[in-house]
Design a protein around this ligand. Structure first.
Ligand SMILES: Cc1cc2nc3c(=O)[nH]c(=O)nc-3n(C[C@H](O)[C@H](O)[C@H](O)COP(=O)(O)O)c2cc1C
Length: 224
């Protein structure tokens, strides 16, 4: 395997270019290859124990986008103008709890662990959930899955920016109403999945009005 060596300057240029795009140019669409590339970076993202507790729905149907608008105050302009609009779902307890069918399936079919490794890894995962992280409620398990889902979010937005593609992460929505919407309009089994965040992709209509603001590095990092 080759060791990647992209220039730091080019990577930082992409980080500075990325901004939470408020309005996209509705005429400019991502190619299929471009959106597939972004979704591939989500798929390749790391997750705790490698159990990938996520699913992504790309909402391209204008009728479905229209129905989402009243539920998501942070999204209407993006729903109207983004080339691609993604709903990121996180897995709930029936999927991610140590003794679930999904976890067994992941170990057996995806990770291809031999029987004894499945048992060992499963015990380790049980102890992690019960003893180390006290993931003892459905809400805690969902939030833990969602933490991991945000890694995929960061990776998708960075990958997009490295390709000159704009994005906007969106948490401006009513969680309960969006979950009801997922069940009613998108056939999601909401006993197993819930909304984590939304993210829009496209090309900016204009450059951001304000320059990027961030706290200085010495306020963000402590060295001891
Ligand atoms: C988890 C998360 C949720 C966000 N939700 C929204 C949103 O609903 N609507 C919106 O316009 N921007 C949203 N933003 C964008 C932030 O306001 C923006 O990232 C922040 O102000 C920093 O600006 P920059 O991304 O342009 O550098 C969200 C950002 C994150 C990380």
């Amino acid at each position: 395997m080759n060791t990647p060596n992209f220039s730091k300057e080019a990577i930082l240029e992409a980080f500075k270019y990325r901004h939470a795009t408020k309005e996209f140019d509705p005429e400019k669409k991502l190619s299929k290859e471009a959106i597939d590339f972004i979704l591939e970076t989500a798929r390749l993202s790391p997750s705790s124990f490698g159990f990938e507790p996520w699913h992504f729905i790309v909402v391209q149907d204008p009728k479905v986008r229209e129905l989402l608008k009243p539920l998501a105050w942070g999204a209407p302009v993006k729903l109207d103008t983004a080339s691609h609009f993604v709903l990121a779902l996180s897995m709930k307890a029936p999927m991610t709890k140590w003794d679930s069918e999904y976890i067994s399936w992941m170990m057996k079919e995806i990770k291809q662990f031999p029987k004894e490794v499945q048992e060992m890894y499963g015990t380790f995962y049980k102890e992690f959930q019960e003893r180390d992280f006290s993931l003892d409620t459905d809400k805690k398990l969902f939030d833990w899955a969602t933490k991991q889902n945000y890694i995929a979010l960061g990776n998708m937005m960075t990958a997009a920016a490295l390709n000159g593609i704009d994005s906007c992460p969106i948490e401006g929505f009513h969680e309960e109403k969006v979950n009801a919407f997922l069940k009613e309009h998108l056939d999601v089994d909401t006993t197993k999945y819930g909304i984590a965040y939304m993210v829009a992709f496209g090309y900016r209509k204009q450059d951001p009005a304000q320059p990027k603001t961030r706290r200085p590095i010495d306020k963000v990092v402590t060295w001891k």
